[in-house]
Write a protein of this length. Structure first.
Length: 70
């Protein structure tokens, strides 16, 4: 059975690590991006099943990322 892939887009390293560890322990495959632009590229490359997106990020906020991904 294939693991579901989750992309975490968050500029806070601590939160990314914390969420990643929990999801990995639950059996998910996790990929991460540290900003909005990188996150958009990771969606194209990795084709995740779910994206967890921080709203408050420097270069491109989560709302802009969400609009772009739609």
């Amino acid at each position: 059975m294939f693991k579901k892939k989750i992309l975490i887009i968050d500029d806070t390293e601590f939160m990314t690590k914390l969420i990643s560890d929990v999801l990995i322990n639950e059996g998910y495959e996790v990929v991460t991006a540290s900003n909005g632009r990188q996150g958009i590229e990771m969606v194209r490359i990795e084709k995740p099943d779910l994206v967890l997106l921080d709203v408050v990020m420097p270069d491109m906020d989560g709302f802009e990322v969400c609009k772009t991904l739609r």
